[in-house]
Design a protein around this ligand. Structure first.
Ligand code: NDP
Length: 276
């Protein structure tokens, strides 16, 4: 089991990725994101999830320098945005991200959404960046089972990670089982359903039993399900709270109760029907 913030899952290429990290979607470029990342690193976070779309890679990079932790201890993820998909434009977008981050490699580079007709060329670019040593691992985001099968039919390298929306209202059991069978690590985005599960009575009752908060129960449920999780907060007390989940264990019954909350309900777009 996972015992601390620096514990890792081993991806299928042998690279170690922390089970827990900080998301920075909607953390504002400049002071807000810089403070959030620095505070998180100060409290032991070692993984940061950004994207070109978030327009805060510059701040993430600045915080990494100011945090003064050896680069190899950190795990930095960024993503190629939809309008940059295609082979040449992905290579270019990657270098733009790298420059903004001020890094000479990223740990994980993801295809942000499965743009039909483009994601295979985008994947070729990711494979080349990987083979050139510019990224330590490559993966996808928002891919359904059929997207993964289609991609893998032509790919040289199998994705190491699939980052998808996953929380108690959207448990993604089928996709999780498929990815576990294929050795593709599932990573949850909006693990807290953007803060919308705070009042759920099943979760609050489990939280009360363990003297934990609803957010802590949900994040612990991720880890016990072998799902990498990246809650976002820009507030120091929540950055600390979200990571304080290594001193309790949910019982099988509690895990099942949370699984039972599934409604296949998304907060974000449906990967089979998006228009951006
Ligand atoms: P989360 O489920 O992580 O929820 C974040 C929201 O919950 C924020 O409003 C935050 O507010 C609040 N919050 C955080 N901690 C707590 C707490 N302990 N109690 C109560 N409220 C809390 O949503 P995100 O959408 O941000 O998802 C996490 C990360 O996943 C993103 O930041 C991004 O890195 C990634 N992501 C990837 C996507 C993709 O397509 N690949 C799509 C969406 C997200 P505050 O900051 O004020 O504390």
């Amino acid at each position: 089991m996972v015992h601390s913030l620096s514990d890792t899952t081993t991806l299928h290429n042998g690279v170690k990725m922390p089970w827990f990290g900080l998301g920075v979607y909607k953390a504002q470029e400049g002071e807000e994101v810089i403070q959030a990342v620095k505070v998180a690193i100060k409290h032991g976070y070692r993984s940061i999830d950004t994207a070109a779309l978030y327009q805060n890679e510059g701040g993430v990079g600045k915080a990494i320098i100011e945090a003064n932790v050896p680069r190899e201890e950190l795990f930095v993820t960024t993503k190629v945005w939809n309008s940059d998909q295609g082979y040449d434009s992905t290579i270019q977008a990657f270098h733009t991200s790298l420059t903004k981050l001020g890094l000479d490699y990223v740990d994980l580079y993801l295809i942000h959404w499965p743009v039909v007709g483009k994601y295979k060329d985008t994947w070729k670019a990711l494979e080349d960046l990987y083979e050139q040593g510019k990224v330590r691992a490559i993966g996808v985001s928002n891919f359904q089972i059929h997207h993964l099968k289609d991609l893998m039919a032509d790919a040289k390298i199998k994705p190491m990670v699939n980052q998808v929306e996953l929380h108690p209202s959207l448990t993604q059991k089928e996709l999780l089982a498929f990815c576990q069978k294929e050795n593709i690590q599932i990573e949850a985005w909006s693990p807290l359903k953007k803060g919308r599960l705070q009042e759920d009575s099943v979760i609050t009752s489990i939280a009360n039993k363990h003297q934990k908060t609803p957010a802590q129960v949900i994040l612990r449920w991720d880890l016990q399900n072998k799902v990498v999780t990246i809650p976002k907060s820009v507030k120091e007390h929540r950055i600390i709270e979200n990571a304080d989940i290594f001193d309790f264990t949910l019982t099988d019954e509690e895990m099942n109760q949370i699984d039972g909350l599934n409604k296949n309900e998304r907060t974000g777009a449906d990967p089979d029907n998006f228009d951006f």
